[in-house]
Design a protein around this ligand. Structure first.
Ligand code: HEC
Length: 277
């Protein structure tokens, strides 16, 4: 299942790399010409890079950036893909922000279209809604399976942690229901378990007595439609305190990508859950 999806995305990316390079602009991931809706000025095409450059970076990342990004959703280049694709919405956890293959079930689309069922406001918040041609290109990208781009980054083979939610050393006001770790490539799901991924409280009463960190029971799994994102769900609500996530990256059973390239070293990040005022 994981491998099939990986091949599917790779095939789309390679198809574009081969097909788009010599054939000029304006082709979608299936090689079909993109209509600009007759306006003639819209440069946006139905690929991730174009959406990043025309929408997420100039319009959305004004607000959706850094440790205080709304709902933990950072939309600057380098963060957006892995925090959107296959990742559950915070406002409506039953929906994924971007559900590959299905724009109607993608909460991001609900938010930019301002559908009546959304929580909070239409995006971009308090500004002119996106033009329909832009929304159409974003919908088409999702219909095409929401492939990542550029292909070069995926092909570089470097396997590392790209970003986390919460960010390292950050302070969060309320206990996160889930912790996200986005990697630069799909993770081998068979290596994700209680040994390779651990969540500990490092300031708790138990740690003070014994000097040892206190293991917090949690479930770790890859996001349903994006194997580059690890989702850690604590079994119980995290009490105010300091927490550390450790990703084992070396030795037998350390986290690795689909080509068996390991992280190389253990990777950790810490965050603080603030006490209620
Ligand atoms: C002016 C600031 C601002 C801008 C610009 C903005 N947002 Fe938001 N966004 C917010 C805030 C605040 C929230 C949370 C409250 C709400 O939903 O109304 C939010 C919530 C969201 C959510 C819900 C996340 C979840 O996990 O449930 C999505 C999706 C989203 N924004 C996408 C976008 C996109 C795409 C753009 C660009 C087209 C954008 N936003 C532009 C401020 C902004």
């Amino acid at each position: 299942m994981q491998i099939d999806r990986y091949r599917f995305w790779s095939a789309l990316l390679l198809g574009c790399a081969a097909g788009c390079a010599g054939n000029g602009q304006g082709l979608d991931q299936n090689g079909q010409p993109i209509s600009d809706g007759g306006g003639g000025t819209t440069a946006i095409t139905a690929d991730f890079q174009s959406i990043q450059d025309n929408v997420f970076t100039p319009i959305c990342s004004k607000c959706h950036i850094g440790a205080s990004a709304p709902e933990g959703l950072q939309l600057d280049a380098g963060h957006s893909y892995n925090l959107l694709v296959g990742v559950a919405s915070v406002e409506q956890p039953g929906l994924q922000r971007v559900f590959p293959g299905n724009p109607d079930s993608s909460y991001m689309v609900h938010k930019i279209e301002g559908l009546p069922g959304i929580t909070g406001g239409q995006m971009p918040l308090g500004e002119t809604p996106l033009p329909q041609t832009t929304i159409d290109a974003m919908r088409q990208w999702i219909t095409n399976g929401a492939p990542n781009a550029p292909a070069a980054a995926a092909a570089s083979g470097i396997f590392a942690v790209q970003t986390t939610v919460p960010l390292d050393k950050s302070i969060v006001r309320s206990a996160p229901a889930r912790i996200l770790v986005a990697f630069t490539a799909d993770v081998d799901a068979s290596l994700v378990n209680d040994t390779s991924v651990t969540l500990e409280r490092i300031d708790g009463p138990q740690s003070v007595v014994s000097g040892a960190a206190q293991r917090m029971p949690a479930r770790s799994a890859l996001a349903a439609h994006n194997s580059a994102v690890l989702v850690i769900t604590p079994d119980a609500v995290l009490a105010p305190g300091i927490y550390r996530v450790t990703l084992r990256g070396s030795g037998g059973g350390g986290l690795a990508n689909m080509s068996a390239a390991a992280l190389g070293a253990d990777s950790t990040f810490e965050f603080t859950v603030e006490a209620a005022p």
